[in-house]
Write a protein that binds this ligand. Structure first.
Ligand SMILES: [Zn+2]
Length: 110
């Protein structure tokens, strides 16, 4: 990578440019955006069990961010979260139907 101010070659781990002293923060910015996709995927996994709709939303945001930075591990985590969310939505739906059936049966016997 190169310094944005003077154009001289710098190492990816350098914090300051050795030639002009310019602060090199582009790498740090990329890492913080990567971190946000990691936390998105964690939120997506947690929400997928309790609030599946939010699991889908965070999973979708996480996939978009992780894909931008080629963070395939995090992207896969988001895909798993979305699958769990969809399964939970289906299970909730089936469970809801059973509760309604039991309630209707109960009302009819009164
Ligand atoms: Zn420089």
């Amino acid at each position: 990578m190169f310094c944005k101010k003077c154009g001289s070659k710098v190492e990816p781990n350098d914090i300051y440019c050795n030639v002009c002293g310019n602060k090199l923060n582009s790498e740090k910015n990329i890492n913080s955006i990567n971190d946000s996709s990691v936390s998105m995927s964690t939120l997506a996994l947690i929400f997928s069990f309790f609030i599946p709709i939010l699991g889908l939303v965070f999973g979708a945001i996480g996939i978009t961010r992780a894909s931008q930075f080629k963070n395939y591990k995090t992207r896969n985590k988001c895909i798993i979260a979305i699958i769990i969310s969809i399964v939970m939505i289906i299970l909730n739906y089936l469970f809801y139907d059973k509760i309604m059936a039991i309630l209707l049966e109960y009302i009819e016997t009164q």
